[in-house]
Design a protein around this ligand. Structure first.
Ligand code: NAD
Length: 493
């Protein structure tokens, strides 16, 4: 099902500043066009410098009381937010589907995964109690987590609910105030989530939304009041944001693009491998940083590839598979397919110009597409395609496969489909990416296990969710105290 009927006329996108929804005076606007039928869904402002300044000032002033609010009280508001989001989950999923092109089911899964991070944030009130120990006679050390101040999160278009939810629940639970800059291609969902944050009772300035593109990000991340920047998007933008923010001495954790490898070996169980690979490369129309993009066929696996082609060709655009975000992205993908064929890859499933209903004719559609016999040097093997396109590279051994994986500049996910524990262990031990799948096509860790890749899929240390995100969104304060002065002999002297 597609979130197609929900928006009859363009919705205004507003900024959330000091707890108020503000119509931007900006003359620069970006239209959100439906990936399904090309009609305008919303108009997004490039926020003015004054609006961004107002949001920063509000966030800084709100921090004074918010940091002093006990974590259990902060979490009560997050509980309320989660309840509201669950109650409205279908509407939110329809909105996220409408603007991002994914199906409603996919959008709902994204929202629920984001709310799982909210649940993780809620657990901090009971589990993250710091530490206390008598380290020497009469001397105690105490560990206390403290918020950073104003922090910023920048999101991509492809998970308009989930990716921001990776960031603001944890950052807010820890006592920071948060400014979200959503994708200008999918800002409606963030606006809806912002309405829920206001309804949940978050005080003015604790959670703000500033719309726009790179200019808005630049002003936010270079401002002295901003102490940390979480970013999720393409690698060039992630690298640039990381370099600018960390150069200014801020904490920065910037997740970039990906090119994920899935290894298929002759002992793989076709009943698991075929749906696993198809779900991974066609889910969210391939617009997922965890999508399988390169299938490395190790040895003779033609029987499985044959089944992959047959099952993939049954998927219909607009029914089982969503749309590509916009026309330039679709044209870019088609260009990569054309050039890869010219370079010698064999197009064994061509999803270009699929049949769709009249209503969807102006949408950006690409059915599952498979390129076989690709070389590791070809564009289809190297570029992040971000569409339902699977590139097959043929090799003879697992070690050859792992050399290709290791040479990739990206490092989000690597999976293997196998019934052999030895093969699985070999891949788990040798893979260079951050998230490994064994008979799992989309190896996204569930909370509290952190989400995060390596190499050019992530700039910065730590991960964006789970346990390892805590040290990113906070500082650890260490106190050493001595109250006994009765001539004791200890290392404090
Ligand atoms: P994008 O890089 O075009 O935009 C992401 C965000 O950055 C948007 O809010 C945009 O306005 C802003 N932005 C763009 N250029 C910028 C610049 N030069 N400086 C500062 N901000 C800038 O990405 P997208 O097309 O929205 O999303 C798709 C990309 O995101 C893919 O590469 C995908 O792999 C990646 N992604 C990665 C993860 C991950 O966890 N690693 C998750 C989701 C998406």
């Amino acid at each position: 099902m597609l979130g197609i009927t929900s928006i009859e006329r363009p919705l205004p996108i507003r900024n959330l500043i000091h707890g108020q929804w503000v119509n931007s005076p900006s003359q620069t606007r970006y239209e959100i066009l439906s990936p399904y039928h090309g009609r305008t869904l919303a108009s997004v402002p490039e926020s003015t410098k004054e609006e961004i300044e107002a949001a920063l000032a509000a966030a800084e002033s709100a921090f004074v009381l918010w940091r002093r609010t006990p974590i259990k009280e902060r979490c009560q508001l997050l509980f309320k937010f989660r309840e509201l989001a669950l109650a409205q989950q279908h509407d939110i999923a329809v909105l996220a589907s409408a603007e991002s092109g994914k199906t409603v089911d996919e959008a709902l899964q994204g929202l629920l995964k984001g709310l799982e991070v909210t649940e993780f944030a809620l657990s901090l009130q009971n589990l993250d109690c710091g530490g206390h120990m008598e380290v020497s006679r009469g001397v105690t050390c105490t560990l206390k987590r403290e918020p950073l101040g104003v922090v910023v999160g920048v999101g991509p278009f492809n998970f308009p609910a989930m990716v921001p939810l990776w960031m603001y629940p944890i950052a807010l639970a820890l006592g920071n105030t948060f400014i979200l800059k959503p994708s200008e291609k999918a800002a409606l969902t963030s606006q809806r989530m912002g309405e829920l944050m206001v309804a949940a009772g978050f005080p003015a300035g604790t959670f703000s939304i500033i719309n726009g593109k790179a200019d808005a990000v630049e002003q936010l991340i270079t401002d002295d009041r901003v102490k940390a920047v979480g970013f999720v998007g393409s690698t060039p933008a992630a690298r640039s944001v990381y370099q600018k923010a960390s150069h200014l001495g801020k904490k920065a954790l910037c997740l970039g693009g990906a090119k994920n490898h899935v290894l298929l070996v002759p002992d793989a169980d076709p009943a698991i491998a075929v749906p696993g690979v198809i779900g991974s490369f066609t889910g969210c129309a391939g617009q997922r940083c965890m999508a399988a993009s390169v299938l490395i066929a190790v040895g003779q696996v033609d029987h499985i590839i044959k089944a992959l082609i047959a099952k993939s060709s049954e998927l219909q655009c607009g029914v089982h598979i969503g749309a590509i975000i916009d026309r330039p992205s679709l044209q870019r993908i088609e260009g990569i397919i054309d050039r890869s064929v010219a370079q010698g890859a064999k197009l064994i499933l061509d999803g270009r110009k699929p049949v769709v209903t009249d209503e969807l004719r102006q949408g950006n559609w690409l059915a599952p597409t498979i390129l076989d016999n690709a070389l590791p040097t070809m564009e289809c093997s190297q570029a992040e395609i971000f569409g339902p396109v699977l590139t097959i590279i043929r090799v003879k051994t697992l070690s050859e496969a792992m050399k290709i994986e290791a040479a990739s500049p990206y490092g989000n996910a690597t999976s293997i489909f196998t019934t052999s524990g030895a093969n699985a262990q070999y891949v788990a031990d040798h893979a260079t990416s951050g998230m490994i799948g064994i008979n799992v096509g989309v190896p996204v860790p569930r909370e509290p296990f952190s989400f995060g890749g390596t190499k050019q899929s992530k700039f910065g240390s730590g991960d964006i969710t789970g346990v390892s995100s805590l040290d990113f969104w906070s500082n650890l304060k260490k106190m050493t105290a001595k109250w006994s002065f009765s001539g004791d002999k200890n290392w404090m002297g």
